[in-house]
Design a protein around this ligand. Structure first.
Ligand code: ZN
Length: 133
């Protein structure tokens, strides 16, 4: 069965304006596999590396993951919540190392849950068309 190759640039052209991420410089890095990394709590099929100070991000994704569109959009949603997730970093000088570590773990967990919730919302609205949507 021939399937249309995944076009990450087209996904960015559609989703950057919808998520209002025009201020970000977003790079893409595709990997010719279905899973980036296998883990105890699930396989990782995409991840984003971001810097809120210079507004640069790189999304790495497994191009053969059946959920690749959803995976890339999920990472884009992380950019929309990046400032909130980075609050413990912004306050690094005001927090003890232990408090900072707790705040970071707490905000990372809350951020991931929010991003997953928004991703499911987009799926329920029919905005994502791959196996994840
Ligand atoms: Zn995530």
């Amino acid at each position: 069965m021939l399937t249309k190759p995944f076009n990450a640039k087209a996904v960015l052209r559609k989703w950057v304006p919808l998520l209002q991420l025009e201020g970000w410089e977003i790079g893409l890095e595709s990997f010719d596999c279905a899973v980036l990394e296998r883990g105890a709590d699930g396989d990782k099929t995409a991840e984003v590396f971001l810097n809120t100070k210079n507004m640069k991000a790189t999304i790495k994704y497994a191009v053969h993951a059946p959920t690749v569109e959803t995976d890339v959009v999920h990472e884009l949603v992380h950019l929309a919540t990046a400032e909130l997730a980075a609050v413990p970093q912004f306050m690094a000088n005001e927090l003890s190392p232990q408090t900072r570590s707790l705040a970071q773990a707490w905000t990372e967990g809350a951020d991931e849950r929010l991003v997953c919730r928004l991703q499911r919302l987009l799926q329920r609205l029919g905005a994502l068309t791959d196996a994840g949507g």
